[in-house]
Design a protein around this ligand. Structure first.
Ligand SMILES: [Zn+2]
Length: 392
C-alpha cells in the first residue's frame, strides 16, 4: 500500500480536510491522506473525528482515538464507531486542534531546549512528550561534566528569549548532501526524505513531528524538575498551554495549605518550621513525663522483690509508656510484666528483665499471648506484643 500523504507537514494548522478510503475494517481506517499525526518520534498521536455518508444517506461520525503508522508509512486511524465507510468513498477528517497546539508547543520547546543544552555540552539521548509530563534525558558530552543547575537555568532563559523574540520556524526536506552544512546536533534516522525543522539559524533538527510556525507559538518554557538519571540528568519541562493550569493548581494547593494558619503562602515555610519544632518539643516533653510517671510507679514497689512487678497495669494504650514503666519497674524489682488498655492494635503487653535473673521475657510474653490470639516477640531481656480485643 502506498504511504499516506501527510498533510500536517505542509499545513500544521489545517483542522479539517477530505480524503479517500483506501482500506477499512472494523475499527481501522486507511486513507490516501490525513491531517492527523500518528504517534512517533516521541510525540503522541493526534485525536479527531471522521465522518462519511452511509448507504442510507445518513452521516456517520466517529471519534478517532488513536493514529498509528506502519514502517511503510501507511497511517491507520483507530475509530471507536462499529461502522466503516465504503472503499473509495470520501470522508471528512477533523482535528482536535487544542491537543495539536499543546503537542506542537511541547515538541518545539524540546528542540529549543535540546539545542540550548547542546551548546552547554549536554547531549540529548532521549525525549518523551507525554500526556502530562515531557522529559529530556541528557548525558555530558565527552570530556565535560554534567550540566550544572546554573547551566540548565541559563538554557531555559535562552530558550524563553527566543520565544519572546518570535523567531520563525521553518520545515523543509533537504538532500543528504546539504546536511553537513547545517551542523545537526543529532543524525537523521532516515536516509531519504529527510525533513529538517529549523529555528532560524539557532537549531536544525531532522524530525517528522508537528511544530510551531514561529517560536512565540510555544508560549513559554518552564523547567519543572531536574533529576539524576542513568548517569546523566532527566529534565522535566512544560510549555505553552500546559503552564497556566499547572500554575493555577500549585497556587490553589498553596492557598489550601496556608488557610488553616490564616497566613499568606509565602509565610508557610516559617510556619511549618515552627510547627515542626513544636512537635519535636512536645515529643520530648511527653518522653520526660513518661519517665517521671514510670519512676513514680516503680517507687511504690518493694525494691529487689522479683515477683512484685509481675502483674502491673497501666491505664494507657501507648506502648511507649508501658516500655518506660516496665524498664523502671524491672530496674527496681528485677523483672516486670506490664499490661495496658485496649488501643487500635489491641491490648499492649511489655515484659522486661534487668540484671541476671533466670526469667526469660520472651518466653513469659509468648505464654501470656498464646491462647489469646496475640502477636509479638523479643529477647530474653525485653519483649512486647498485643492481645486483640474480641468484640463482645
Ligand atoms: Zn522533533
Amino acid at each position: 500500500m502506498v504511504p499516506t500523504k501527510r498533510l500536517y507537514w505542509e499545513l500544521p494548522l489545517l483542522e479539517a480536510a477530505t480524503a479517500t478510503v483506501l482500506a477499512a475494517r472494523p475499527g481501522r481506517l486507511v486513507l490516501d491522506a490525513t491531517i492527523l499525526y500518528p504517534e512517533g518520534g516521541g510525540q503522541l498521536a493526534d485525536r479527531g473525528t471522521v465522518s462519511w455518508r452511509a448507504d442510507d444517506g445518513e452521516t456517520v461520525t466517529s471519534r478517532i482515538e488513536d493514529v498509528q503508522v506502519s514502517e511503510e508509512g501507511v497511517i491507520e486511524h483507530h475509530l471507536i464507531a462499529p461502522q466503516i465507510p465504503a472503499l473509495g468513498s470520501a470522508v471528512t477528517l477533523t482535528l482536535d486542534g487544542r491537543r495539536r497546539r499543546v503537542h506542537r508547543a511541547q515538541h518545539s520547546a524540546q528542540h529549543l531546549l535540546s539545542q540550548a543544552f547542546f551548546r552547554r555540552h549536554g547531549q540529548t539521548v532521549s525525549t518523551r512528550l507525554g500526556a502530562d509530563r515531557c522529559t529530556i534525558d541528557l548525558l555530558a558530552a565527552d570530556g565535560h561534566p554534567l550540566l550544572s543547575e546554573a547551566a540548565i537555568s541559563a538554557a531555559e532563559e535562552e530558550v524563553n528569549a527566543l520565544v519572546l523574540d518570535d523567531v520563525p520556524v521553518v520545515t523543509r526536506f533537504v538532500a543528504p548532501a546539504e546536511l553537513a552544512a547545517l551542523g545537526l546536533r543529532k543524525a537523521p534516522t532516515v536516509s531519504e526524505n529527510i525533513r529538517i525543522v529549523s529555528v532560524a539559524d539557532y537549531d536544525h533538527t531532522p524530525c517528522g513531528g508537528t511544530h510551531v510556525l514561529s517560536t512565540a507559538q510555544v508560549g513559554y518554557v518552564h523547567i519543572a524538575m531536574v533529576e539524576r538519571y542513568k548517569g546523566g540528568l532527566r529534565v522535566s519541562f512544560h510549555a505553552g498551554p500546559r503552564i497556566p493550569p499547572l500554575a493555577r493548581a500549585s497556587n490553589e494547593l498553596l492557598s489550601e495549605l496556608a488557610r488553616p494558619f490564616s497566613t499568606a503562602p509565602d509565610a508557610l515555610p516559617a510556619r511549618m518550621e515552627k510547627l515542626r519544632q513544636a512537635a519535636k518539643d512536645a515529643e520530648a516533653a511527653k518522653g520526660a513525663a513518661y519517665l517521671a510517671y514510670a519512676e513514680l510507679v516503680a517507687f511504690g514497689l518493694p525494691a529487689g522483690d522479683r515477683g512484685a512487678a509481675r502483674e502491673l497495669r497501666v491505664p494507657s494504650a501507648d506502648i511507649a509508656l508501658l516500655r518506660a514503666v516496665a524498664a523502671a519497674a524491672a530496674n527496681r524489682c528485677g523483672f516486670a510484666i506490664v499490661e495496658g488498655i485496649a488501643g487500635d492494635r489491641g491490648v499492649p503487653l511489655v515484659v522486661h528483665r534487668s540484671g541476671n535473673g533466670n526469667e526469660n521475657a520472651n518466653t513469659e510474653l509468648r505464654e501470656r499471648l498464646s491462647g489469646r490470639g496475640g502477636k509479638g516477640g523479643g529477647t530474653a531481656e525485653r519483649a512486647e506484643g498485643w492481645i486483640p480485643v474480641v468484640p463482645g
